[in-house]
Design a protein around this ligand. Structure first.
Ligand SMILES: O=C(CO)COP(=O)(O)O
Length: 126
């Protein structure tokens, strides 16, 4: 499964914890992430191989959007911070829009990410 991982700064600890809880499944996935998020997850969980793109504010969100448009991402897990204004808010919105246009599963918080992975982890075990 090809999964894109992104977290805003206030949510990075949550995403690192989420990735750790699911590392047995994620180690067999094709993971791509924005720069800082990918660095944090890879540092915490060296068993995970993650392709790191640019940092979000420098174009990383748009790079992931382009991968979605090319059909190269099966699911987007993006832990957003709804309480902090972002200079690159338009990029975030554009990324979400493409996930909707191409109808891929998109988790914007941990509760939804758990549902997306639980369905696929079950399939992977079967
Ligand atoms: O800003 C982001 C998403 O909008 C995430 O980018 P980083 O992973 O580089 O912090």
């Amino acid at each position: 499964m090809r999964i894109a991982l992104i977290a805003h700064d206030e949510k990075k600890d949550d995403l690192v914890a989420f990735a750790g809880a699911h590392r047995d499944f994620l180690k067999d996935c094709d993971l791509v992430a924005t720069g800082t998020t990918g660095g944090r997850v890879a540092e915490a969980w060296p068993g995970l191989t993650i392709r790191r793109l640019k940092s979000g504010p420098l174009g990383g969100d748009q790079q992931i959007g382009a991968l979605i448009a090319e059909g190269k991402v099966d699911a987007l897990i993006f832990f957003v911070d709804p309480l902090t204004p972002m200079p690159h808010d338009v990029d975030v919105k554009a990324l979400m829009r493409l996930a909707i246009v191409y109808d891929i599963p998109m988790a914007l918080n941990r509760a939804t990410a758990e549902i997306i992975l639980s369905g696929n982890e079950t399939t992977a075990r079967a």
